[in-house]
Every structure is written in C-alpha cells, then in structure tokens.
Design a protein around this ligand. Sequence first.
Ligand code: CTP
Ligand code: MG
Length: 227
Amino acid sequence: MHAVAIVAAAGSGSRLGAELPKALVPLAGRPLVCWAVDGLLAGGVTEVVVVVPAAQREAFRAVLPPAVAVVDGGASRTASVRAGLAAAGAAATAVLVHDAARPLTPPEVVARVLGALEAGAPAVVPVLPVVDTTVLVDDDGLVVDAVPRAPLRRVQTPQGFDRRTLAAAYEALEPDADLTDDAAVVRRSGVAVTTVAGDERAAKVTVGHDLTLAELSLTAALREATP
Ligand code: CTP
Ligand code: MG
C-alpha cells in the first residue's frame, strides 16, 4: 500500500510558549518534527508531506530530509491538513494525518493504523482509555455529574484514511471549518471510524511539562536499547 503521511506542523505552539514554532523546538537536540517524521517512515509510510508556517518554511526545509515535501499551512489545523492533502503525490492510496507535536509516536502505532487500512477500514484512529474519573461541570465549575468512563477514549494520531474517502470529506466540508482532528471531518460525511490501540508515548507536546516528559521517555528508550 502506498501511504502518504501529512504532518501538521504549521501551528505556533502558543501554549508551549517557546520562541520557535512548536514543531522546531528541540527534543534531545532535534526538532520535534524530525522525530515525528522518523516514526512515520519507520512505521511504513512511503511518502511524507510536512505542512509548515509560511514564514518559517526555510527553517523547516533546512532540518528535513530532501525527500520530504514542505508546504505552507493555514490559519487552522483543518486548513493546514487541507493544504497538505493537495500536495500529496498521485500514487498514494492511503493517507495518514499526524501531529508534529507527537514526536515519539512508536512505529508500531503507525503500523497498526496501516494494518487496519490494509484490512479495509476507510478510517482508523489510535485510542487510549480514560484513566481519570471524568466529570461534567457547570459554568461556575461545580460538578454536575460523573461521566461513565468505560466507553470513553482519548484519540491520538496518526489517523489513517482511504485517500478518496478523506479527499471527498474535505471537499464536502465548509471552507472555514475548524475541527480538532480528521476523524471528525470524515464522520461528518457519515464514514465509520475504526479504532486501534494507541500508545502513551504518542502523547502530544502541548505545554512545557510535556516536553520534560518526552525527554524522560527518550532517555528511558535509549537506556532500554543499550545492552
Ligand atoms: N497545526 C497546524 N496548523 C495550524 C494549527 C496547528 O498544522 N494552523 C498543527 C500543530 O503544528 C500541531 C498539531 O496541529 O502539530 C496539533 O495542534 P496543537 O497541539 O494545538 O499545536 P499548536 O496549534 O501549534 O499549539 P497551540 O494550540 O498551543 O498554539
Ligand atoms: Mg492549536
């Protein structure tokens, strides 16, 4: 299967608060986006398109391998993914959409998503259970109710799609729509979304503490790999 990965890296990272766009922030000396691209290639994708903030295009080009395409993103994640889809090579039959902000996503997660697509699923997301008690609150922050958490899942990336299904869903979407993920885009078109097991190591770097956790996770992985 020829799978193209679209890496959404055009955000600013306002919650992280670094001077660089979040995807260029170093983790063990390498930009987050480089780690993310490595995981996708190791997991079996054929082609990678990275969507970047237009003003930093050259900085991204300088750190990414020559075979990786770099295109300008938009004001929302949805607009950025739309731009990435438009730049994907004609040969791809499957699309994986991934956040650059998930630098340590294990290749096994990528492979599980690809496997479900190969088995015929039109849309696939990696998920994890919710481990904390989860509640509904009112406008004053008072707890209104507890939510049964057994059927709840946290959704990660990469999210995988049959290419035609994803392209049609984006075409049907309003031009200024801003959804938090791509499974939401295809669900609007009535497409069933399959789940596979995610991984805690695919956690998103959102705030400073997440970067500390990613550094620790990497140190642990290197220690395990060293005999
Ligand atoms: N993203 C994007 N284009 C945008 C906004 C976000 O490609 N206009 C990407 C980010 O680069 C990130 C992913 O979508 O890899 C997930 O978004 P998020 O974690 O919210 O990143 P940022 O939007 O950069 O961070 P923040 O919301 O804190 O500003
Ligand atoms: Mg954001």
